[in-house]
Design a protein around this ligand. Structure first.
Ligand code: PFF
Length: 453
């Protein structure tokens, strides 16, 4: 670890540029890519949605990722401390919103990731191989009806998350990401290649990349813009926190572009793998959230070598979830370490425990608390997901864009980026995007989501 920053507080630093990239990509690549992206693409008709999604990443996601990393590295603080240091007043609230979103998202993220761990366990036991096509979806139903099992797997997953975060920035987060991310890529490339070799491969490519514009409606466009935040871990200070551990010599725009490309590649490869496998066995693309827990395991039960493919797929899903959950917990831990001067050990254990408890109603939301609706007819888990992804992240992202473009000023941001030996050639473009394009697009999404249109 480099010591030439002479930081008084013992904050962590990434030990290398590649460690920073792997960690930020690890945060971005998660359930959002492998579970959510394929099923929302399936529900919104494929190709046209995918193309619009690519625009959302470039026009909204990328500029805001640069902004978050700049704020973090400039302040060298957690989100609350960063906004307080750079401007203070009501802007500190943006940091608070971020830390709060960390609590909310991690609480239910551990529940869904827990399902993935359970499915990994079932795959290892060979539960899917040879099971009847009708039985397989029932396995998911049984899990959702089993409160204790869900709590157990949620606890297992939170335990893994806490264990990694306890290790600190370079020895915990970075080390774990440097192992899990390459494994994740290898598995995904294998699965996508395997999918393409099946009869449904061509149909999957066609579904994902040949746009039928008539299938894309306003709700699909908004979903795509909103998802660009979730999938890139933006709007709540995760990239801000990770940026606060970056060296000055590291090019922030370079890292951000690399991370966005990796995240998008993973989403598309996951789409290819999942749709190719599903189409080859006559499954429907619009299966919704059950796509990877109900539809896909049916295929695993029927295909030759299905047990191995199932194990690989659920290792992939668990690794993706874990590299993201550690970044969610890190936001909260950074706040308690930087602002409250807690030790990392205390912050990680106490907050991991509290967030587990906040997640308990989500784990129980399909059975014990099934009649307990918060927003509309949504159960607890779906309500907190909606709250975080539709409201907290877009609002946070909007405020971060306005802060960077208009309050902090892009001139100062440029100076931060160019502190090392880095040239920011696309600065004029970024300046235009972060001041006008990103905030206006996000504002439209936000107003729509709160029902103003
Ligand atoms: N980007 C993660 C995913 O796609 O699953 C989710 C996420 C992680 C959102 C970290 C926000 C965050 F701060």
């Amino acid at each position: 670890m480099s010591e030439h920053h002479h930081n008084k507080a013992p904050r962590g630093l990434w030990s290398s540029r590649i460690g920073f990239i792997m960690s930020a990509a690890g945060s971005a690549v998660g359930l959002g890519n492998i579970w959510k992206f394929p099923y929302i693409t399936g529900m919104h008709g494929g190709g046209a949605f995918v193309i619009f999604y690519l625009f959302s990443i470039v026009l909204v996601g990328l500029p805001i990722m640069v902004a978050e990393m700049v704020i973090g590295r400039h302040a060298r603080k957690d989100p609350v401390g960063a906004f307080r240091r750079l401007r203070g007043g009501i802007w500190t609230g943006v940091g608070w919103l971020g830390v709060a979103a960390g609590f909310v998202i991690l609480s239910y993220y551990c529940v869904v990731a827990g399902w993935a761990v359970d499915y990994l366990w079932l795959s290892i036991k060979g539960t899917f191989s040879g099971a009847h096509a009708q039985e397989v979806p029932e396995i998911f139903g049984n899990l959702l009806n089993n409160d204790l099992a869900q709590l157990f797997w949620q606890a297992v997953f939170m335990g893994l998350t806490v264990w990694i975060v306890l290790g600190g920035v370079s020895n915990g987060l970075e080390r774990a990401n440097k192992v899990m991310m390459p494994v994740l890529f290898l598995i995904l490339i294998f699965l996508a290649g395997y999918g393409l070799s099946l009869p449904g491969g061509a149909k999957a490519l066609n579904f994902l990349f040949a746009p039928e514009w008539g299938k894309l409606d306003a709700s699909g466009m908004l979903e795509s813009l909103g998802h660009s935040f979730f999938t890139l871990s933006l709007g709540m200070g995760a990239m801000l926190t990770y940026g606060s551990y970056a060296e000055e010599e590291t090019s922030i725009p370079g890292v951000a572009v690399t991370v966005a490309i990796m995240d998008t590649t993973v989403a598309l490869l996951a789409g290819v793998a999942i749709f190719a496998i599903a189409f080859s066995y006559g499954m429907e693309p619009a299966a919704g959230p059950g796509l990877v827990f109900k539809t896909l395991p049916i295929v695993f039960s029927q295909m030759p070598g299905g047990t191995l493919v199932a194990i690989l797929f659920f290792v992939l899903l668990v690794f993706a979830a874990l590299t993201s959950s550690i970044s969610l917990l890190e936001v909260v831990v950074a706040y308690y370490c930087d602002e409250k001067k807690w030790s990392r050990k205390k912050a990680t254990l106490v907050m991991g425990g509290i967030i587990f408890l906040i997640g308990v109603p989500s784990a129980l939301s399909n059975h014990l608390l099934a009649d307990f609706h918060i927003i509309g007819d949504r159960n607890f888990l779906d309500s907190v997901d909606l709250l975080a992804t539709n409201y907290m992240l877009p609002l946070g992202g909007l405020l971060i864009a306005i802060f960077t473009g208009w309050v902090l000023t892009t001139r100062l941001a440029r100076a931060e980026i160019e502190k090392g030996e880095v040239r920011f050639h696309l600065y004029p473009l970024w300046h235009f995007l972060i001041r006008y394009v990103s905030p206006i697009l996000v504002a439209i999404v936000f107003l729509y989501k709160i029902g103003l249109f």
